[in-house]
Design a protein around this ligand. Structure first.
Ligand SMILES: *Cc1c(COP(=O)(O)O)cnc(C)c1O
Length: 226
C-alpha cells in the first residue's frame, strides 16, 4: 500500500492577507501614502469620508468609525447606558466578543439558544429569557446571514428593550429591504482582516438612525471631548 504523502496535498490558506486585488492595489497604496503624508492617523478627513460612504451604502443616518468591532459593541452598550445590574441577551453561538463586550461594561450576558436553521438568535427563546432587568438584546448576524429582525424587533418594541445588532460578519447583508445594522437602535461592524470587509489592521463602525444616540456615541468615542 502506498503511504499517504503530505507533499501531494495542496495547501489552501484560509486567508492570505498579502494578496491584494490588482484592481485596487495602486489606489490602496496611494491612499496609505496620502494618510502618511497628512499626519492625521486618528479620525480626520479620511475617516469622515469613510463614514459618509458607509452611511450612504447602508442607508443609515449615522456611521461612526471606531478602532475595532469589539470597541463598536462596547461603545454601543455605553451609548445606551448599559452597565452593572443590567442583563443583555445574546446568542449562545457567536464569536467571543459579543458576550465579552457585555461583560466589559459590567452587565451580565444572558445566553439564549439559536434557531436550528439560521444559527441566529431564536426570537421565541428570547421571549422566554426576558426579565425586568433585560436592558437590551444583541442579535448576531452570523456568517452574513441575518437574524429574524422582524420578530426580534416586535418582541423588543412592545417592551421598550433596546437592540444592538452585532453585524461584525454582515456588512452588506439585508433582509426585507433593510441592511444589517439599520434595524436596531445601534449596529456594530468589524473590519478585522478576516472579516467580510477586511481592513489593514483593526477597525470598526457603529451605526444608528438616531441623532441623539449618534451624538452620545461620538462624544464617548473621544472621552467626552468635543
Ligand atoms: C469579529 C467579531 C467581533 C469583534 O470584532 P473585532 O474587530 O475583531 O474586535 C464581534 N462579533 C462578531 C460576531 C465577530 O465575528
Amino acid at each position: 500500500r502506498k503511504a499517504f504523502r503530505l507533499s501531494h496535498v495542496t495547501r489552501v490558506p484560509l486567508l492570505d492577507t498579502t494578496r491584494i486585488p490588482d484592481a485596487c492595489s495602486a489606489e490602496l497604496k496611494d491612499t496609505c501614502a496620502r494618510i502618511l503624508d497628512s499626519g492625521q492617523f486618528i479620525l480626520g478627513p479620511e475617516v469622515m469620508a469613510f463614514e459618509k460612504t458607509m452611511a450612504e451604502f447602508m442607508g443609515v443616518k449615522h456611521a461612526i468609525g471606531v478602532s475595532s468591532g469589539t470597541d463598536a459593541l462596547i461603545l454601543a452598550l455605553m451609548t445606551l447606558g448599559v452597565g452593572p445590574g443590567d442583563k443583555v441577551i445574546c446568542p449562545s453561538f457567536t464569536f467571543f466578543a459579543t458576550a465579552g463586550a457585555i461583560w466589559r461594561v459590567g452587565a451580565t450576558p444572558v445566553f439564549v439558544d439559536i434557531d436550528a436553521t439560521s444559527f441566529n438568535l431564536c426570537p421565541d427563546a428570547v421571549v422566554q429569557a426576558l426579565t425586568a432587568k433585560t436592558k437590551a438584546i444583541m442579535p448576531v448576524h452570523l456568517f452574513g446571514q441575518m437574524a429574524d429582525m422582524q420578530a426580534l424587533k416586535k418582541v423588543c418594541d412592545q417592551r421598550g428593550i433596546a437592540i444592538i445588532e452585532d453585524a461584525a460578519q454582515a456588512i452588506g447583508s439585508h433582509t426585507d429591504n433593510r441592511m444589517a445594522g439599520t434595524w436596531g437602535d445601534l449596529g456594530a461592524f468589524s473590519f478585522f482582516p478576516t472579516k467580510n470587509l477586511g481592513g489593514y489592521g483593526d477597525a470598526g463602525l457603529v451605526t444608528t438612525q438616531s441623532d441623539e444616540l449618534a451624538q452620545e456615541a461620538k462624544l464617548l468615542r473621544v472621552h467626552g471631548a468635543k
